[in-house]
Design a protein around this ligand. Structure first.
Ligand SMILES: [Zn+2]
Length: 419
């Protein structure tokens, strides 16, 4: 058998021992132990865990890395929206392209090869951010598949121009629509308008929803109802929904089953939720993270994602999903392997399913492969395992060799430190 590349000694899920992965014409030609083949190139993964790559189902490339342009005094959601809106008016297409490109490069080198980015489109951002992110999508297609979600961060009903601009974006390259009822003067009408635009263009929907800690303050029933009446099961995702963290287990079970029955998926955004929630408390501060594992057990498709990086919503980050999975698992006090393995799925296969994408290492499938410095998914999450290398359609997109410790022998010849 002649192949382009063979990756030797990889650890993969559902396969005991180490395997080789043979690649031809961008596709996986064979997976097995000690494959005998004629390969143009060969690489030894030395037991690294190989999988189809991390999937970031919720990130904001357009407003990332703007710390120096904003001030954070209170650390509240209102302040983050206000400060970012102010900075956004000054974004140029070049500026957004440069910041977004730099972050995409970091994400790729952390092992992410699929991503859904929100892009704000309104009278302040104009179409500038959208145009920049379309170029980023094209220029980095060699390494990562990017979905663009045309997003109404600051409402629709109080700003009718935004509706027309999002309509235009969906005609000119946006993949899906994003809504944000909590910033709209009329949340119920906002939900109706988002569904109307989604149906007009036949695209999926991703809402920022219930970003508070008051279960009574909720737009979730309106989204569930609209998902049912519009026949949109399997096409709606909700992000944050932090007020689910305040429910007792009995109530959570009822709400979770309703979300699952409606075919709505949930993305949890731990870094942002931890930073912005609970600001009114000075002690016994709630975590404010929707319990994704418990909701998954109720049948809800769940993902964990990056959301914001270095801006007033999240003044931290580097687009590493290994770190995000570790942060979530630690904060949610998880310990059992089954729970940790599910967290790994939430930054990989489950997130891909939300985006409607294939995610497996299979013969005949695309050779999209990332090698991580771990033996298995649990170790990836528990130890925030770094990425070592990645291939997209069989071509190597990055490498980050394992660091090497340089052992120095101390001897009597070491110079004495005086002073
Ligand atoms: Zn978001």
């Amino acid at each position: 058998m002649k192949v382009d590349l063979v990756l030797r000694n990889a650890s993969i899920t559902r396969h005991p021992g180490l395997v080789d992965i043979a690649i031809r014409n961008g596709l996986i030609a064979k997976i097995g132990s000690r494959i005998s083949c004629e390969a143009i190139a060969e690489e030894d993964l030395e037991g690294a865990f190989a999988f189809p790559g991390f999937v970031d189902s919720h990130i904001h490339l357009d407003k990332a890395c703007i710390m120096e342009r904003c001030s954070i005094c209170k650390g509240t959601l209102e302040e983050a929206v206000r400060e970012t809106a102010r900075a956004k008016a000054g974004f140029s297409e070049k500026d957004v392209y440069q910041r977004a490109s730099a972050l995409v490069e970091k994400a790729v080198m952390h092992g992410t090869n699929r991503m859904r980015t929100f892009v704000e489109i309104d009278p302040r951002a104009g179409m500038r951010s959208f145009e920049a992110i379309k170029r980023v999508r094209e220029d980095y297609a060699f390494a990562i598949d990017i979905q663009i979600c045309a997003f109404a961060q600051e409402g629709l009903t109080q700003e009718p121009e935004t509706e027309a601009m999002i309509d235009e974006a969906l005609r000119s390259g946006a993949d899906l629509i994003g809504g944000c009822p909590y910033t709209d003067a009329d949340p119920a009408e906002h939900v109706r308008k988002i569904f109307a635009l989604a149906r007009k263009h036949d695209v999926d929907i991703d809402f920022h929803l219930d970003f508070n800690l008051d279960p009574a303050k909720t737009d979730l029933p309106a989204v569930i109802e609209a998902t049912r009446t519009n026949g949109y099961a399997g096409r709606v995702t909700i992000g944050h929904v932090t007020n689910l963290s305040m429910l007792d287990p009995g109530t959570l079970a009822v709400v979770g089953r309703n979300v699952a029955d409606a075919g709505i998926a949930l993305t949890v955004l731990p870094a942002t939720d931890l930073f912005l929630m609970g600001r009114q408390s000075s002690s016994k501060i709630p975590r404010g993270i929707a319990p994704a594992n418990a909701l998954s057990a109720l049948g809800v498709r769940t993902a964990i994602a990056t959301n914001n990086v270095l801006n007033p919503f999240t003044p931290f980050g580097e687009a590493s999903l290994a770190r995000m999975a570790n942060l979530y698992a630690n904060v949610m006090q998880l310990s059992r392997d089954a729970d940790i393995a599910l967290v790994f799925d939430m930054v990989s296969s489950q997130a891909a399913a939300i985006m409607g994408l294939r995610h497996d290492l299979a013969v005949g499938g695309p050779a999209d492969i990332v090698a991580l410095d771990a033996a298995d998914p649990c170790e990836v999450v528990r130890a925030s395992a770094p990425a070592l290398a990645g291939w997209k359609r069989g071509l190597k997109t990055f490498s980050r060799p394992r660091p090497q410790l340089l052992k120095v022998k101390t001897t009597s010849c070491m110079p004495a430190i005086s002073g």
